[in-house]
Design a protein around this ligand. Structure first.
Ligand code: ATP
Length: 358
């Protein structure tokens, strides 16, 4: 008797961290989209487990990143995060809590991937650009750079405070390599954004970038100072394909880039390490619109697509493509916008449109 082999089904465990403010709303909608696409993910099951984190959790338990959530993130196949932190909730020393940065450092999520794509001409303030004509990726180093100074002790009584920009060879090599790998899958152009005309740390970063570039002869590699990059991103964003940069520069340029395609609600992101990856929108908890049900969920929905892509299996890649296509179809109609894009859809209505289009 010939027995038919059962098709293998792989279950991916997803730790869901809604967090604070609009993080809760947009994560809920992204999970709904993932559940809607799940039946089409050949050979793949998605299993979701939610954990409390963030400023609200700090108020409840005294810890914005409790041990159970941290452990779950380490064990999960991926983490879907909303946003963490609220300006009104601070550590006793007055600093705002940033558990998302702790996560990046704890799990060494060095590759901050921020794809920037214009889906409709009405969403950009740059009037000469049509859908698809702004399409680049920022790869932000996310474990060192100027942000590594954030936990240093300061003594303001000395009349001087210093923040150190930490650039290591290992940290720079791995992020530059990740950027070139992105470029290989795209238009084969990788630009280092630095400040090598002023800062020794950036001269060093550039030398590592140039070394890594030799491993990728098919990719055109060039450099741009960060101030000029801000100018060119506004004047001619179509000339960028992959940008790799230091943590703080990446933080700033990511917001500028989101502004080119309709704002923070349109900009997905992934923080990827060797064994763990966190997928979240580029935006924060947006306290100004929290609780109103009007946050744009597109950034988080596109981050969920990035997550499926990261799973790499054909069924998951297909799911990622379906989500992107559904988003593209929905945004093709300028009436389909939440208030940040000039429309009047609620967060849930926008996600409903994507689900309908899947
Ligand atoms: P963080 O420093 O934590 O990244 P932030 O201070 O940059 O946060 P955000 O929370 O990202 O601030 O919000 C910046 C602006 O963008 C706010 O005006 C906010 O309302 C708007 N915004 C952010 N996300 C969305 C969204 N999903 N939909 C609509 N507007 C948004």
């Amino acid at each position: 008797m010939i027995s038919e082999a059962k098709p293998t089904v792989r279950t991916f465990d997803i730790a869901v961290l809604p967090g604070d403010g609009i993080g809760v709303d947009v994560t809920r909608e992204a999970v709904r989209v993932l559940k809607a696409v799940a039946p089409a993910l050949d050979g793949i099951n998605l299993s979701f487990h939610a954990y409390n984190v963030g400023a609200a959790e700090y108020l409840r338990s005294g810890n914005p990143l409790p041990a159970d959530a941290l452990e779950a993130c380490g064990k999960a196949d991926a983490v879907l995060l909303g946003a963490m932190g609220l300006p009104s909730v601070r550590w006793p020393d007055g600093k705002e809590m940033t558990p998302q940065l702790d996560l990046r450092e704890k799990f060494q999520l060095y590759c901050g991937l921020r794809p920037i794509r214009l889906y409709h001409e009405q969403d950009t303030p740059l009037k000469r650009y049509k859908a698809g004509e702004i399409d680049f990726v920022i790869v932000r180093e996310s474990t060192e750079g100027l942000f590594s100074a954030r936990l240093s002790q300061t003594d303001a009584a000395k009349g001087e405070v210093c923040d150190i920009m930490r650039i290591t060879r290992a940290g720079s090599e791995r992020v530059c390599r990740a950027a070139f790998e992105q470029a290989m899958q795209r238009r084969k152009h990788c630009t280092l954004v630095d400040k090598a005309n002023v800062l020794p740390s950036m001269v060093y970063f550039r030398s590592v970038f140039d070394d890594v570039a030799k491993e990728f002869p098919a990719v055109k590699a060039d450099h741009c100072y960060v101030d000029a990059a801000a100018l060119y991103l506004v004047q001619r964003p179509h000339t960028f394909d992959v940008i790799v940069t230091e943590n703080m520069f990446g933080d700033i340029l990511s917001d500028l880039a989101a502004g080119l395609i309709g704002g923070m609600g349109m900009a997905p992101s992934a923080d990827i390490g060797e064994t763990c990856a966190v997928f979240q929108p580029s935006h924060g908890s947006a306290p100004d619109i929290a609780g109103k049900g009007i946050a744009n969920p597109i950034a988080t929905i596109l981050s969920a697509a990035l997550m499926l892509e990261w799973f790499e299996l054909p069924g998951a890649l297909n799911g990622a493509q379906r989500i992107r296509h559904a988003v593209e179809t929905v945004l093709a109609d300028p009436a389909n916008r939440t208030p940040d894009g000039g429309g009047n859809l609620t967060t849930t209505q926008m996600a409903d449109k994507v689900i309908m289009s899947l």
